[in-house]
Design a protein around this ligand. Structure first.
Ligand code: MN
Length: 234
């Protein structure tokens, strides 16, 4: 039976009416991997989120704006653009509750940063401002931009894609700084930026800093969604 994969949404403000949304490529990647996507709008009630979680088999955490730095004890950097306060509350409840009942999770971009912060980690608020990287991680002029990522052997990511070097897109200006409790960084760019994490002693938690849903023409990136769907069958 196809597992149901919950996907968290964001608020959209343009147009005549405000709306809930997630980009189509997330749900299409789940469908292509033989899962059934189920969209979760911003909900701030813990009991309601917990009931939603009971109905799904796995969770896909989407990209978005930035985690409010107060969550990891920092002042907001001028380049940091926080998610809406309602979404922040909703996402924190969602991730906390999902981790507690050990739902399989694939976390993308803001999603992996969110998981890291929920687990007590911190973020680099703006990679270019910190001057810590010689690589471009966000090129606004070129959406097709990619960089090579080195994948640690014996990692979950390596098990899924079966290679130690993968070319990924890169549209992030933040990155993981201190790792959250239990997380291991399993892939990096040559400048030392963390590009993937996993959670030991957990059924399935993979977080990636890039956007595999925008690269599903490539079997390596499709494999991440297949791995989530497979893990969600158990
Ligand atoms: Mn990158």
């Amino acid at each position: 039976m196809k597992p149901i994969i919950g996907i968290n949404c964001d608020y959209g403000e343009s147009g005549k009416q405000p709306y809930s949304f997630t980009y189509r490529n997330y749900s299409e990647a789940v469908i292509a991997a033989c899962g059934i996507p189920l969209l979760l709008p911003v909900i701030k009630d813990k009991n309601d989120v917990e009931r939603f979680l009971k109905r799904i088999d796995g969770l896909l955490l989407t990209g978005g704006n930035d985690v409010p730095p107060q969550r990891y004890g920092e002042e907001r950097h001028q380049k940091t653009v926080c998610v809406h306060p309602d979404k922040d509350i909703s996402d924190n409840i969602l991730v906390g509750a999902a981790l507690q009942i050990k739902k399989p999770i694939l976390a993308i971009c803001y999603g992996v940063q969110l998981v890291n912060v929920v687990l007590g980690g911190s973020l680099i608020q703006d990679i270019p401002s910190e001057g810590i990287s010689f690589l471009v991680h966000k090129d606004l002029r070129n959406e097709q931009y990619t960089h090579p990522v080195t994948v640690g052997k014996n990692s979950l990511l390596h098990k899924i894609i079966g290679t130690e070097c993968i070319e990924t897109n890169s549209v992030h200006h933040q990155a993981i700084h201190e790792l959250g409790k239990g997380l291991t960084a399993t892939a990096h760019t040559s400048d030392g930026i963390t590009e993937a994490v996993e959670l030991g002693e957990y059924p399935f938690l993979l977080g990636v800093q890039w956007h595999p849903e925008r690269m599903t023409h490539d079997p390596y990136h499709r494999a991440l969604f297949s791995a989530l769907v497979e893990a969600s069958k158990q």
